[in-house]
Design a binder for this molecule. Sequence first.
Ligand code: CA
Length: 229
Amino acid sequence: MRLLVVEDDADLNRLLVNALKEAGYVVDSARTGEEGHYLGDTEPYDAVVLDLGLPEIDGVTVLERWRKAGRTMPVLILTARDRWSDKVAGFDAGADDYVTKPFYTEEVLARLRALLRRASGHATSELDCGPVRIDTRAARVTVDGNPIKLTSLEYRLLAYLAHHQGRVVSRSELVEHLYDQDFDRDSNTIEVFVGRIRKKLGVNVIHTMRGLGYRLAPPDEAEDLDAQR
Ligand code: CA
């Protein structure tokens, strides 16, 4: 999952970026409304944390422009305390949720998890695929209840497929959501990672759709698969 943080306060920006990276997300960040708007307009983010008080272009305007341009990613706004009118303006502009400053990073993380899973139609923080369970809160994966050790990139790949379970995800889409903007992207490496994940899981839940990409088996298929073991 790839996220964007738009916050002009340098310390707060760094705090958020570090907390999100530690939680296993790929994170790009911007310090002005102008830069944030550009990134959100051109890069495919899974969710955005957007401060409302920003230099150059304010957060509400940034959000309005994204929505007008058809950008539908979930957006969590950061608002100052006692500024209820900011929240109203933010929601009217298309925000999905808000956190009031000062905040605990745990709350931002929890709200983002909820936004990400709602965007993909999941009701809980645990995503199941047959014997494979992905706990997005702890960034942990188990097979038949046994913990599987994945690298952060392997986890991100599996979690992205799980958030889009049943849909074919192309290699280029995976690359766009697994690496930040500065990374030298090579979609051939995705195949290598998928191979490693399959081996570690020991159960074939990631299907290769030749020439199209990969697909994580939806729950009903995964159950059949489980029965065949
Ligand atoms: Ca600010």
